[in-house]
Design a binder for this molecule. Sequence first.
Ligand code: NDP
Length: 336
Amino acid sequence: MLKNTIFTLNKRPKGIPDNNCWKLIDSPIRNIKKNEILIENMYLSIDPYMRGRMNAGKSYAPPVNIGEIMVGETLGRVVKSNSKKYLEGDLVCVHKGWQKYTLVKDNDLTLIKVPKTDIPASVFLGALGMPGRTAFFGLTKVAKPNQGETVVISAASGAVGAVVTQLAKIYECNVVGIAGGYEKCKYVTDTLGANNCIDYKNDNVLDKLHEYCPNGVDIYFENVGGDITRDISKVLNKNSRVPICGFISKYNSINIANEETPFTVFKNMKNPPKHRFFVVREWAHQFESATKTLLNYMEDGQLSYKETITEGFENAPQALRDVLSGKNFGKQLIKF
Ligand code: NDP
């Protein structure tokens, strides 16, 4: 009989989550019923939002309760099917947590079939999956770039940032990335095509913003918060737009409610940019078409991707710590 392995939340973290925050447990898999499928997961996506869901307070989504399965999206192969919609062998993404097998109804709203293509399936958790769609909607629906505008992107080498960077180039903007370290910055310019990239760990960010954005900044795609946001606020143009995607620099805070957020920074400006927090799910009804658009760009050679794949499900906690401290380079995945 098949046996499942799952990570549950064991305790709430204070600061950086240590291994005791989770429990890795075996669990039985019950028999599959009508209109259900059993998925054997191949990859688990590790994403910054997971840290927030480990806290007790409600943010834009409810917290994971102690003892519950850790939240997350996986990609796997259907190994048993009692469904007409999904057949054995189909590849699917599903948002049902950190587990080796997922037993799910075929009408579950988080199920997404992976289209047949030569691109590796794992990319449907990254540039062609949730992070890619976040980039696409945040840029096109919230920021709405015009040709020739200057777009600055923080965490530009990451899963979301890399797609924003490339889309902004496709839309013919002056694109400036911000990333940590020489290697990541070189990737942002040489592979992703940004006009320039600021190494926030070694450069004076404000000086570089003045140098690379002589006409000011029209769009700032916010991924990190903190010092970078304060520097950006000094070079934003009138009528600038800031999609607030996240502010990862604060996620490990012991008291996140007391932290300075991008909202605090912009609220205190004399001429604040048009800004708002957005969640990718706002456009859930357009997920399929967004993925298709991104897939077309990738098949045309206009969109590339980078992954950090860590082998072994048991290493998922460390991979989350890595993402929250910038040790990942590109989309962080766990291979089961
Ligand atoms: P990434 O793959 O970009 O990984 C996170 C990156 O953030 C790290 O590689 C690191 O890059 C950077 N980082 C980590 N800690 C810090 C820090 N203290 N200060 C500055 N930079 C830091 O993650 P994603 O692309 O998946 O996520 C990027 C952002 O998008 C996050 O804020 C996330 O919460 C948000 N998000 C929001 C969604 C929404 O619907 N609103 C959906 C998906 C993601 P470096 O080495 O360059 O510092």
